[in-house]
Design a protein around this ligand. Structure first.
Ligand SMILES: C[S@@+](CC[C@H](N)C(=O)[O-])C[C@H]1O[C@@H](n2cnc3c(N)ncnc32)[C@H](O)[C@@H]1O
Length: 314
């Protein structure tokens, strides 16, 4: 029996991955490298063999998945869960129409930053593959399908890079103390610097270029023009945090992180790892060997991931 028929008859043991828009190929390559079987795939979802691995290129990863043809019994089963439903839209079909009106749905809302109250609804997710309904009682992301669209600030920030940091501060529990100071490399034109200035006592920014005038005026930002790979950590002994969105190879940023770990008081990092083409899994493995660290592919990342390391990161 093929996978579609097994799915139809609820006989398939499977999980669902939601790919990031336009990054399906990266996801497919990652699953291949990690030897995870793809049963079925479309532009909007991958149905895979169960795995405990962290999938970098998954916008969401649904475990505890079930499949069934639409029916009155299925409707009742879902209603009886008595928690919110999140419908991940694939294509319009009859199964969707018969279920939609009867379930208690989470409204889709843009996130207002800073988030003062954590999003803590208990919910399940559901979608359809052809005429089969798939639902998961254990989606990975706190925000349904990792949809991190913010109510954007279109006036102050000089670019949209700040959205990456808004996402980090919204989804990661970074423990920044009021007296903490930070080094930020590859800072221009200053979207990140603007965000960091709201969290840190002092922000030392480095770039070959200048910051946008409105960012440069912020009192607790001190900008240095020059090569970020030539900073002497001994001149910044008040810094315990290090942020980088600098454009360089994954190998170079890895070397830079190791240098700062060995020669400074910095213990906490948030660094974009930028790729040229394929995901460099060897460098990622080396970064993940650094204690208390993880790799997150943010909703706002492009062909890049974010490496976060902090003794208190959750
Ligand atoms: C993607 S931009 C950073 C955008 C920034 N995060 C923001 O929010 O505005 C990358 C920056 O890295 C800087 N850069 C690249 N190589 C550098 C180097 N060796 N030293 C200093 N800056 C460098 C570039 O000048 C560029 O401004």
């Amino acid at each position: 029996m093929d996978y579609y028929h097994q799915l139809k008859k609820s006989q398939l043991n499977f999980q669902v991955i939601i790919p990031f828009l336009k990054f399906n190929q990266e996801l497919e390559k990652e699953l291949l490298v990690k030897k995870i079987k793809i049963f079925l795939k479309t532009e909007k979802l991958f149905i895979i063999s169960p795995t405990d691995e962290t999938i970098i290129w998954a916008q969401d990863h649904w475990r505890d998945c079930h499949s069934a043809l639409p029916s009155k019994e299925l409707q009742q089963t879902l209603k009886d869960l008595n928690i919110f439903a999140y419908h991940y839209k694939t294509e319009k079909n009859k199964a969707v129409e018969s279920l939609l009106g009867r379930l208690k749905h989470i409204p889709e809302k843009r996130i207002k930053f800073p988030v003062t109250k954590k999003f803590n609804f208990k919910y399940y997710t559901w979608t359809t593959y052809e005429d089969v309904v798939i639902y998961s009682l254990s989606p990975l992301k706190t925000y349904p399908v990792g949809w991190h669209e913010f109510d954007e600030d279109k006036d102050f920030p000089p670019n949209r890079a700040y959205l990456k940091l808004w996402e980090v501060f919204t989804t990661q529990d970074l423990k920044i103390k009021p007296d903490d100071c930070v080094i930020e490399i590859g800072a221009a034109p200053g979207g990140w610097s603007w965000v960091l200035s709201q969290y840190f006592k002092k922000v030392y920014t480095f770039d070959r270029a200048d910051l946008a005038p409105q960012v440069k005026k912020i009192k607790n930002i001190e900008h240095h023009i020059g090569d970020a790979f030539k900073i002497n950590p001994d001149e910044f002994t008040d810094c315990t945090w290090f942020f980088s969105d600098l454009i360089c190879t994954p190998e170079k940023i890895h070397e830079t992180i190791e240098f700062w770990l060995a020669h400074s008081r910095v213990k906490n990092f948030v660094c974009t790892i930028k790729f040229k083409g394929d995901t460099p899994f060897e460098v990622i493995d080396k970064l993940l060997k650094i204690p208390d660290s993880k790799i997150v592919r943010l909703y706002h990342n492009k062909n890049e991931v974010t490496w976060i390391s902090s003794p208190k990161v959750t």
